[in-house]
Design a binder for this molecule. Structure first.
Ligand code: ADP
Length: 611
């Protein structure tokens, strides 16, 4: 007997051709054959269970699927104790329906590289995917029906099949794959275990793996009742953490998790975890596993998870997702957008709940999630809206404040509606101390995306302005008194500082700091942008040179230099000291170049000799 030629929509695919096509095609992901066959076994058992629960059949409750690998015989056997098939049903479901399903699928995607066109998890190929690894497939089955007779079917990869009475004596189905020489890797039990652990880890029926002639197979390889199916109120913190560690092979606890249980019409479940990252750069790639009724489909389907959430780990079970479609379809699917929005909402709800009920833990891992939250804000206006009230700014005193809390704290001390920040707590320690003396909080914004985030937030919310602590400092640091310009002092300093540096004299509140270099916030940002694009624009100077050196007329050291510079005899000494003061301002503002460092060491030694 040969399976008849099949015609669909005018395109004809000869059945003899389907087998080579199945073999050739999907070379990137042959592993799915096992998922297809094991999930057929699960379906058959689910059907049987339903019949039993409806009282339409009787069966013992020992539901199981066995996967047996026989290296000698080059066979893989997949055995279930499900509903079974009569020979009529084999004819209908396997010879006709399954074949036409596979044909349809192949016709739709023939000629496309599965990897490139991104057909989600290759759903739709079904039973015939067995021919990706086998040149002969057999079915031995006994239907649950009282008078059923066992039936056998055997088909070669040429499309020739044979049906006859079988000799199976127990209810259920056994699929035998005669693995080709080319695919003999699949006869390694470790390989099969790996595939089962990936694709079948949470299928709803216990799956036992064994190698013929060897012991083993006492423990199922899967967890038929994964945690996400339980109601969140029934799950404990320990269970969530244990599940995470097992599924993602991470010894560390996740920072927090969200259990999603979306009811009709979205109807999907899942648990998302926020992992503890190694450092800012490591493992920005998370892992969200997508399931379809407990059957693994694929990792990181970016059409479903918003791109900025890709560092999350988790499991999502979406039985409503149309999976026998390509990724480009998903991109335009309204349902997928709704799932993605729902995930965003749940995650934001969780962050808000932590903020309101357990702020200490949120603060405890804020540093870890900050890059993600900030990035999310810049990517998704909905996300921004939802997390805005809980955005925290860490201060140099290790406090975590929201913007309103920060402004409240600093009220009356600096410029209004201004958040002062440092992007380098070591380099800018001098400025930080000046602010500390004035009792003004400084936010630490030293992450890789912080500068972008600040500009972004200013555009969103004109009420808050961010100023780095080495920018314009008038309101913060200046005393009320006006300084009288000391010309001799200016002259000395002018001789030892670059021409591009603006020189001013001010009375600061602090007496400690002799001089400060500042660079206006806007100029510095412009410089950063220009640098980013590697451009210089005509008419625009490199803004980094346009710094201002403020001499603190309230500092005794400056007073001393002023006195020295008034007398010609001590003018040389005044110059040396002035240069040293300038260099100290440089090291605090931007650090030294190699030459500057050498100069600073030499001049310090020189000054020590004269001390
Ligand atoms: P699908 O599972 O998507 O329906 P398949 O090609 O995998 O498509 O299978 C076609 C049909 O063959 C199934 O719908 C089912 O009726 C029947 N079938 C396959 N495997 C089994 C099995 N192990 N036990 C009983 N019936 C099966």
């Amino acid at each position: 007997m040969s399976i008849e030629n099949k015609k669909t929509g005018g395109i004809s695919v000869d059945t003899e051709h389907i087998f080579p096509v199945i073999k050739r095609w999907l070379y990137s992901d042959k592993d799915i054959f096992l998922r297809e066959l094991v999930s057929n076994g699960c379906d058959a058992i689910t059907k049987m269970k339903r019949l039993v629960s409806l009282g339409k059949a009787e069966a013992e409750a020992d539901w199981r699927i066995d996967v047996r690998v026989d290296r000698e015989m080059k066979e893989i056997r997949i055995v279930d104790n499900g509903i079974g098939m009569t020979s009529d049903e084999i004819d209908r479901y396997i010879n006709q329906i399954a074949l036409s399903g596979a044909l349809e699928f192949i016709e739709k995607y023939e000629g496309e590289d599965a990897g490139k066109s991104g057909i989600i998890g290759h759903f739709g190929l079904g039973f015939y995917s067995a021919f990706m690894v086998a040149d002969r497939v057999e079915i031995h089955t006994l239907s649950f029906q009282p008078d059923a007779e066992s039936a056998s079917w055997s088909c070669s990869d040429g499309g020739e099949y044979e049906m006859k009475a079988g000799n199976r004596t127990t209810r259920g189905t056994e699929i035998v794959l005669h693995v080709t020489e080319e695919e003999k890797d699949y006869l390694e039990i470790s390989r099969i275990r790996e595939i089962l652990e990936t694709y079948c880890a949470f299928m709803p029926v216990p799956i036992y793996l064994s190698a013929v002639g060897e012991n083993g197979g006492d423990e199922p390889v899967n967890d038929p009742e994964p945690l996400w199916l339980k109601s969140p109120s029934e799950c404990t913190d320990e269970e969530y953490k244990a599940f995470y560690k097992k599924v993602f092979h991470d010894e560390r606890d996740p920072l927090f998790y969200v259990h999603i249980n979306a009811e009709f019409p979205l109807n999907f479940k899942g648990i998302l975890y926020f992992p503890k990252l190694q450092d800012e750069y490591a493992s920005l790639e998370g892992q969200v596993k997508l399931y379809y009724n407990q059957v693994f489909v694929a990792d990181n389907i970016k059409e479903v998870i918003p791109e900025y959430m890709m560092l999350l780990r988790g499991v999502l079970d979406c039985p409503e997702l149309p999976l026998n479609v390509s990724r480009s379809y998903l991109q335009n699917s309204g349902y997928v957008t709704k799932i993605s929005n729902h995930i965003t909402k749940k995650l934001c709800d969780k962050l808000n709940a932590l903020f309101n009920n357990d702020r200490k833990s949120l603060e405890g891992f804020w540093d870890d999630i900050k890059p993600f939250v900030e990035y999310g804000c810049t990517r998704d206006p909905k996300f921004l809206d939802r997390v805005k009230p809980i955005l925290l700014y860490k201060t140099t005193e290790n406090e975590y404040l929201t913007a309103p809390e920060y402004l409240e704290r600093n009220a009356g001390k600096g410029e209004e509606n201004t958040v002062y920040y440092t992007n380098d707590t070591l380099q800018q320690v001098g400025y930080i101390n000046l602010f500390r003396e004035e009792g003004i909080c400084v936010a630490v914004m030293d992450g890789i995306i912080d500068s972008r985030f600040l500009s972004f937030m200013e555009m969103q919310d004109h009420a808050v302005h961010f100023v780095r602590i080495d920018s314009e400092l008038d309101k913060v640091l200046k005393a009320e008194e006006q300084a009288e310009e000391n010309e001799a002092l200016s002259n000395v300093f002018r001789q030892v500082i670059p021409e591009s540096v603006t020189l001013v004299q001010e009375v600061m509140k602090s007496t400690k700091t002799p001089a400060l270099l500042t660079l206006a916030e806007e100029k510095r940002r412009l410089g950063e942008i220009l640098k980013q694009y590697g451009k210089t624009l005509p008419g625009i100077n490199v803004p980094e040179d346009e710094v201002t050196l403020t001499l603190n007329m309230n500092c005794p050291l400056i007073a001393r230099i002023a006195a020295l510079s008034a007398d010609e005899k001590s003018a040389e000494k005044a110059k040396k000291l002035a240069r040293q003061v300038y260099m100290i301002a440089v090291i605090s503002q931007r650090g030294f170049t190699q030459e500057e460092l050498q100069e600073f060491i030499d001049s310090s030694i020189d000054l020590l000799y004269n001390a």
